[in-house]
Design a protein around this ligand. Structure first.
Ligand code: FAD
Length: 302
């Protein structure tokens, strides 16, 4: 089965489908890559991953919000999530999207929401990652990180290797845990590398510098060439295996995750849950249709 990327992207952004998908529950194969819509459904998924030796970072799904009430609901959801992590002794951190917490409404309003979450997480020993969105949100997200890290040491962020600014940013934020990704949004040539080769080269350059300098890094990529090169790099330089982790999206490359854990590497899984699963599911489908169509039509295939 082959579906055009543009068609899938159009369907992902369709308001009617997004709204109705909430009523359907995680059907049409979405359950294979999300942990359901509620914390009750989420808990056994995380426990199963933990049991297999994988840590997790949990994300409450949703798009950017423009009304304060919605952003406050998301904040409450994260506070409940932190309590759940503590009560059930889950091996889990949380990942936040700032536009869900009001970044497009008002910086200070968003900051207060995020600070409450980070502070509660700090009290319970839970790590928080501030996810990076499109270029327009990058600078305010770093500003928020800077303010938070003055008071809390349980907050880290994401560096997107396709941005020219990534090299400067990664050096500037060497005192916080970093998740290194290639970058998921369509960005213009004025701010970002465009070709696979350029992005791959910059990703490896930034990553190897991090590893060499002993800065804990979450290596968030499904690129098996990079994973193989990391293994070689750390073996040759005797870099300790607890100095980094591999990070994967839930539901993808499960065999590889198990293999890496078996070899002694730390692996963490990005576990999304929540009622707003539809656009996440469709966007993953747009990125890599073959993976999800396999999951939908042949559940036994990884
Ligand atoms: P690509 O460069 O797309 O492809 C390289 C190889 O990997 C190809 O062979 C491809 O077929 C294979 N591959 C790609 N995807 C998959 C898959 N899902 N399953 C199996 N094989 C695959 N982006 C942001 O902009 N901000 C974020 O905060 C962010 N957080 C992320 C967190 C995690 C845990 C991960 C894994 C990604 C995150 N991303 C984020 C997305 C990231 O920026 C890339 O868009 C995405 O990971 C694709 O790049 P890649 O290196 O994994 O693979």
């Amino acid at each position: 089965m082959s579906v055009g990327k543009d068609v899938i992207t159009y369907l992902a952004e369709n308001d009617w489908l997004n709204e109705n998908a909430k009523r359907w529950g995680t059907k049409i194969g979405a359950r294979a890559i999300t942990a359901g819509t509620t914390m009750t459904e989420l808990t056994p998924v995380v426990q199963k991953l933990n049991y297999a030796g994988l840590s997790t970072t949990i994300v409450y799904l949703g798009d950017g919000l423009y009304e304060k009430a919605g952003a406050l609901d998301v904040k409450e959801q994260y506070l409940d999530l932190i309590h759940l992590i503590q009560e059930k002794a889950l091996d889990a951190t949380v990942t936040l999207q700032l536009t869900q917490l009001g970044l497009d409404i008002d910086f200070d309003f968003c900051y207060e929401n995020v600070k409450e979450i980070v502070s509660e997480a700090y009290n319970y020993g839970v790590q928080v990652t501030i996810e990076m969105e499109d270029y327009g949100h990058v600078q305010p997200s770093f500003l928020m990180l800077e303010q938070l890290k003055e008071e809390y040491d349980n907050v880290g962020t994401v560096i997107q290797a396709y941005f020219y600014r990534a090299e400067e940013d990664i050096k500037k934020y060497k005192d916080v845990p970093i998740r290194l990704v290639k970058g998921a949004y369509d960005e213009p040539i004025s701010v970002a590398y465009q070709t696979k080769e350029e992005i791959y080269t910059n990703y490896k350059k930034l990553l190897f510098e991090q590893l060499q300098n002993g800065i804990f890094t979450s290596i968030a990529t499904h690129d098996q060439e990079i994973i193989a090169e990391v293994k070689q790099f750390v073996q040759q330089r005797e870099i300790p295996l607890d100095a980094f982790e591999f990070q994967f999206l839930y539901g993808f490359d499960q065999q590889l995750q198990e293999q890496l854990v078996g070899e002694g590497y730390a692996c963490s899984v990005y576990v999304p849950y929540g009622e707003e699963w539809y656009s996440y599911f469709m966007n993953r489908l747009a990125e890599r249709p073959q993976n999800i169509t396999k999951k939908v039509f042949n559940k036994k295939t990884n």
